[in-house]
Ligand binder design. Structure first.
Ligand code: SER
Length: 869
């Protein structure tokens, strides 16, 4: 069976069992800050389990794309070294939201594995939680599992999504790949081998773990199961490693071709084949490589793949070439992948080019350190230097060490990291670090209001810790101070410029510019040649990034004014951050803005952009500026001669500002608000985009709309009405379903009547029903009464898992003088650990002893006979 067929067979099987097929969600969980990535099939249903997100179904099934790298479930380090770990995999799952529980979950899993997939029972092994007598009983007594292939485990049989959220005891099913493969059964010392592979995890969701660690019961016991598609494919395709299944063959071939390596069993090829899947899908889902959060994990995975390609001898960028093979393999099942293909290639190529430069240096240093190593532990300082100077993530160094059988001093690395953070904190708070080392007179002349390129002289060079240097060598990081510069130093919320300092025979890459004690500090790395104090350089600002930053900065001023117009004069700036990507503006306001207010603000700003008025820059005394009504930050200190910016038509916005700005408002292009949130009591935050970023955003939104349209077979303008009619149709199908259910119940009712008996001339039906919920009992009783015409009825339903009994009794009107329903139901209830009562013609009750129900119902004829006298 091919992977695609297994996926389909699974979904079909559960659809037949009344489950709704739900498409895979994004790898980035919506609105869930507790989770880095979607790491299990249940993640999109988290709120459904918690009872916060009602859905039109109580049974669902899905094939969910998952990433386990970083966060609670992190398999990154194992990938390449075992036959079954992946950063990306597909999880097949079935879910019950307060509907069925352990018995059905176990029965479904067993039937699917042994009957649908035809796996022999003697190749399977089952585990349950040490406390779970109930699940053990079902497995042993109802399924008939061989007790010698069964064990109870502790932590391994308790599953939780993250540090908080839904969780519960579980039951796992393992496949035994046979004695030719090394490894022992679960719970044995050899369990980490590849012989017994977990293929399916059935989680009996019962709790919600809160931040204090307390387990609170879920509204209703539920089911979450997960089966790794790749693992089960390996089983069905008779191979021992996931990497040998159909899905991976072409990826491995493509990786071999791209790296020029032809042994497809090489672990590095597996790493690459695995990583291209997580990297591509993370980019599909909107993650981009960066230095923090999700973006950093993505960067680490990409770099790990590149490193392994390097190890195989690849000297050119190769990783992005694999996207084509991945598209061929998975683009059919995931159209979003096909759609994003060229973007993924671009992102990966850029990252490859960037990393190639540092990889050579870093690997050289690491090789040298390993060659000189005494003992088998790589010191923390070396690991840190690689990380700090060459951008080698910790786990990349760990990966290389693991291959060489060398341990690394992680605690030492953490100490270095902390010390560096401390230095950075100190440096960012005070200029003293640098200026003490600089001992320079005067200030850097800033020429960047008028030009992006200049001629300048190097006044000082400093290393990362603030020590003065005479020169900077190729590969070295440091800070350059010039006599004059067009590079804007971070201030007033606007980030520092980036770009290059060119020399006749080399260049320094500026990754950030900061200001301290009047000096502009160009931070970065010497990428070519070397640099000495006194040298002449040509500083050149990255004009694209500067232009994008400027658009965002000027738009921030227009936004500030528009907010005051729409919300009122209480709006005060509380902070801002302006970068090339976006702008962030924090302001005082007491409640969330309405969509109408947001739309109005956006329209006002865009109208000002269209006015295309010239920006005016004036210098004047602080008092004059205030008299003009210029907005200023409360906390800020201003020199007496201030810079006043007027942007927009008819003096629309007047603010004190030292930043760089557009020369005409039209340069901003367009303005769009992407988020409005609360960040503290009485403080709101707006995030917005301008220019090209806004355009790209709209294009992506439109592409999304078109994709939705394609799925719905509707033009974009018809999508809304199509969704409406789908919802409508869904509603009517649900109604129809209710009607059919009632009809079925009524048909069953006719059969039941034949079981009624005669007691002293009165018709009596006392019966235990299956598969009817407490709520449905009432309807069944009413129909039976109607059909019977005259008689006495008592019905009971036992739910053994929940330890509950539901009872209902009914007496037709002609007999209520002789037998009372309330008394009848009480007679039965008292025997099943409950009590009840009610009217003479209808009464309901509950009980807690399902096992006693048959005897209790058997006692009814005698009781009725006595009543009838
Ligand atoms: N959530 C469980 C797991 O990931 C079962 O789906 O193993």
């Amino acid at each position: 069976m091919k992977s695609a067929d297994i996926r389909q067979a699974f979904l079909n099987f559960f659809e037949e069992q009344g489950h709704t097929i739900v498409p895979s969600s994004s790898l980035v969980p919506g609105n869930d800050p507790t989770l880095l990535f979607t790491n299990a099939g249940m993640v999109p249903f988290k709120d459904v389990f918690l009872g916060r997100d009602p859905r039109p179904y109580v049974r669902a099934t899905s094939s969910q794309r998952c990433v386990r790298a970083g966060g609670k479930h992190n398999d990154l380090d194992n990938v390449g070294y075992t036959a079954r770990h992946h950063t990306f995999f597909e999880m097949l799952g079935n879910f019950s939201f307060g509907d069925y529980f352990k018995r059905d979950a176990i029965r479904f899993a067993w039937t699917f594995l042994t009957e649908r997939l035809g796996l022999p029972a003697e190749k399977l092994w089952v585990t349950v939680h040490i406390t779970d007598d109930e699940a053990e009983k079902i497995w042993k007594e109802e399924i008939g599992i061989d007790p010698s292939r069964f064990s109870r485990l502790d932590e391994d049989n308790f599953w939780q999504m993250g540090d908080t959220g839904p969780c519960g005891p579980s039951s796992e099913i393992f496949f035994d790949h046979g004695p030719d493969v090394w490894g022992g059964p679960p719970g044995s010392p050899e369990e980490d081998g590849d012989r017994y592979i977990e293929i399916w995890n059935l989680v009996f969701m019962q709790f919600d773990r809160d931040a204090s660690g307390t387990l609170n019961p879920l509204p209703k016991p539920s089911i979450d199961t997960g089966m790794g598609l790749e693992r089960v494919a390996a089983v069905l395709q008779g191979v021992h490693s996931n990497y040998e299944i159909d899905l991976f063959q072409n990826l491995l071939d493509a990786a071999a071709k791209a790296t020029g390596h032809d042994d497809t069993a090489a672990p590095s090829l597996r790493v690459i084949a695995d990583h291209i899947r997580s990297c591509a899908f993370l980019i599909v889902d909107g993650v981009l490589p960066s230095n923090e959060g999700r973006g950093y994990v993505l960067r680490r995975i990409i770099r790990r793949a590149i490193r392994h390609g390097h190890k195989l001898g690849a000297s050119e960028p190769f990783f992005h070439q694999l996207v084509a093979a991945l598209d061929a393999e998975m683009g059919e099942a995931y159209p979003e992948l096909r759609q994003a293909r060229s973007q993924i290639e671009k992102v990966l190529l850029k990252e490859e080019e960037q990393f190639a430069r540092t990889l050579d240096h870093g690997m050289g240093l690491l090789e040298a350190a390993l060659a000189e190593l005494q003992g088998d532990v790589l010191p923390g300082e070396t690991v840190f230097k690689l990380y700090d100077t060459y951008g080698f993530p910790f786990d990349l160094t760990a990966d290389v060490c693991r291959e060489r059988g060398v341990r690394l001093d992680e605690a030492g690395f953490q100490r270095e990291l902390e010390a560096q953070r401390e230095r950075a904190r100190a440096a960012s708070q005070f200029g003293a670090d640098y200026s003490a080392a600089l001992e320079l007179e005067g200030e850097t002349a800033f020429t960047g209001y008028d030009t992006l390129e200049d001629s300048a002289q190097v006044m000082a060079l400093v290393d990362g810790e603030g020590n003065a240097l005479a020169s900077l060598q190729k590969g070295q990081k440091g800070v350059v101070v010039l006599d004059r510069t067009p590079f804007y130093g971070e201030s007033g919320g606007q980030v520092g410029d980036t770009g290059y300092l060119h020399l006749a025979t080399g260049r320094f890459q500026v990754t950030d510019t900061q200001k301290q004690a009047g000096h502009h500090l160009h931070k970065g790395v010497m990428v070519e040649g070397s640099l000495k104090v006194g040298a002449a350089v040509t500083p050149q600002v990255d004009s694209g990034l500067r232009a994008a930053t400027v658009r965002n900065h000027s738009a921030t001023h227009l936004l500030h004014k528009a907010l005051r117009m729409v919300l009122g004069d209480h709006v005060q700036q509380k902070g801002s951050l302006v970068s090339a990507e976006r702008l962030r503006f924090d302001f005082s306001h007491f409640e969330a803005m309405t969509p109408a207010q947001l739309a109005e603000v956006e329209a006002i700003v865009n109208a000002q952009i269209l006015e295309n008025a010239s920006t005016r820059i004036e210098h004047m005394s602080l008092d004059d500026a205030k008299a003009k009504g210029a907005a200023a930050l409360f906390e800020a200190k201003y020199a007496d001669n201030v810079r006043v910016l007027t942007i927009g038509a008819d003096d629309f916005s007047i603010e004190l500002c030292g930043g760089t700005h557009v020369s005409r408002s039209g340069d901003i292009g367009s303005f769009h608000i992407v988020a409005e949130t609360g960040i503290a009591a009485g403080v709101r935050r707006i995030e917005a985009i301008t220019g090209e970023n806004a355009l790209t955003h709209f294009q992506a939104q439109e592409a999304r709309l078109l994709r939705i349209g394609e799925r719905l077979k509707a033009k974009p303008e018809q999508v809304e009405s199509r969704v409406e009619s789908l919802i409508e149709r869904n509603r009517s199908l649900e109604k129809e379903l209710e009607r059919l259910k009632a009809k079925l119940a009524s048909a069953a009712g006719s059969d039941m009547l034949s079981e009624a008996r005669d007691v002293a001339g009165v018709k009596l039906l006392a019966k235990q029903l299956e598969g009817v919920s407490g709520k449905e009992l009432r309807g069944v009783l009413d129909q039976l009464k109607q059909k019977m015409g005259s008689g006495v009825i008592v019905l009971g339903v036992a739910d053994r898992e929940a330890g509950k009994v539901n009872l209902i009794a009914g007496v037709t009107d002609d007999l209520t003088g002789r037998v009372r329903a309330g008394e009848l139901v009480n007679h039965v209830a008292s025997q099943v650990g409950g009590k009840g009562g009610g009217r003479a013609d209808m009464a309901q009750a509950g009980g807690s002893d399902p096992a006693a129900l048959p005897d209790a119902l058997a006692s009814v004829p005698g009781w009725v006979e006595t009543q009838l006298g």
